[in-house]
Design a protein around this ligand. Structure first.
Ligand code: ATP
Ligand code: MG
Length: 267
């Protein structure tokens, strides 16, 4: 069995071939021991690992393990997924919204990491916990989908009240900039707080990606990372801000397994 593993800051992702089809498996980093037992349970295995926790996981594995640079594995995996989905993109911005966010420029076979932002999926988890006490990803996302951001985020139209704004009135002028005056008795709901957290993360990653796309003269932005898994609120914000910035967003299916796929392909 050949297995590609991407052990990230939050989740361990695995990709392997079974009966000629690509399969995936995922473990939270808090259960690294379970990931190791799953790998050690195979009778024969060829393994390549990538990601920040690869060295730690490697130390728990009975097999010889190859290692690969995370950005190369991720970019190789994305190329594979795009080709599989008949994607025509050859030159694009790749934005990986993992625990943190990493931004790359891909031009055919070349990849360059442009930088990143600490605003990412970890921010969704951490800020959501601080503002609501919730720690479960699925619960955070499903409540966020019901929230309204208007009373927390300040829109351009709030500032240009009664006047014609020079920008679309609907865009955010200040994330969290519209909180209620002190002493107000109208409490903000968990749903509203969570919607604004996701708005902050989505707008930040999209705006930074759009600036990179403009700089490199490319129109497609490929978004990957587990932060988009069953997370329509985040996808919607990223999609609308990317389009507003004149670029085309793409969310490849299984994009969160790109690093694991790239590691698998190297075997
Ligand atoms: P990094 O690449 O930054 O080291 P990572 O590879 O572990 O981190 P991803 O797996 O791509 O990062 O994404 C992690 C994010 O995905 C979390 O911060 C959270 O927002 C989201 N997420 C999706 N599903 C889950 C889950 N079941 N548990 C926790 N977080 C989840
Ligand atoms: Mg990662």
């Amino acid at each position: 069995m050949n297995i590609g593993i991407d052990a990230g800051g939050t989740l361990v992702k695995a990709a392997y071939m079974h009966n000629h089809s690509l399969k995936f498996k995922r473990f939270p980093i808090s259960r690294l021991g379970d990931a190791a037992s799953w790998i050690n349970g195979f009778e024969k295995a060829k393994i390549c690992m990538t990601g920040g926790k690869a060295a730690l996981l490697k130390s728990m594995i009975n097999y010889k393990v190859a290692e690969m640079v995370e950005f190369e594995a991720t970019c190789d995996g994305v190329r594979y997924l795009l080709a599989k989905n008949d994607g025509s993109e050859k030159s694009y911005i790749l934005t990986n919204v993992g625990t943190g966010t990493s931004i790359h420029h891909i031009d055919h076979n070349k990849q360059q990491r442009l930088g990143g932002t600490g605003v990412g999926g970890g921010t969704i988890m951490g800020l959501s916990q601080l503002l609501t006490g919730l720690t479960d990803y699925e619960a955070i996302v499903s409540l966020a989908a019901k929230g309204v951001r208007d009373r927390i985020d300040l829109k351009v139209s709030h500032i240009y009240e009664g006047a014609e704004p020079p920008l679309p009135g609907d865009i955010t002028a200040s994330n969290f900039g519209n909180i209620l005056p002190q002493g107000s008795t109208d409490p903000l709901t968990k749903e509203d707080r969570l919607a604004s957290v996701i708005g902050l993360v989505g707008e930040t990653v999209a705006v930074v990606s759009v600036l990179a796309a403009g700089h490199y003269g490319v129109s497609s932005i490929i978004y990957i990372g587990s932060s988009f898994v069953r997370n329509d609120p985040l996808k919607e914000v990223v999609e609308s801000y990317t389009k507003l910035g004149g670029a085309s967003p793409v969310f490849p299916e299984h994009g969160e397994y790109s690093g694991a796929i790239g590691a698998l392909l190297s075997l």
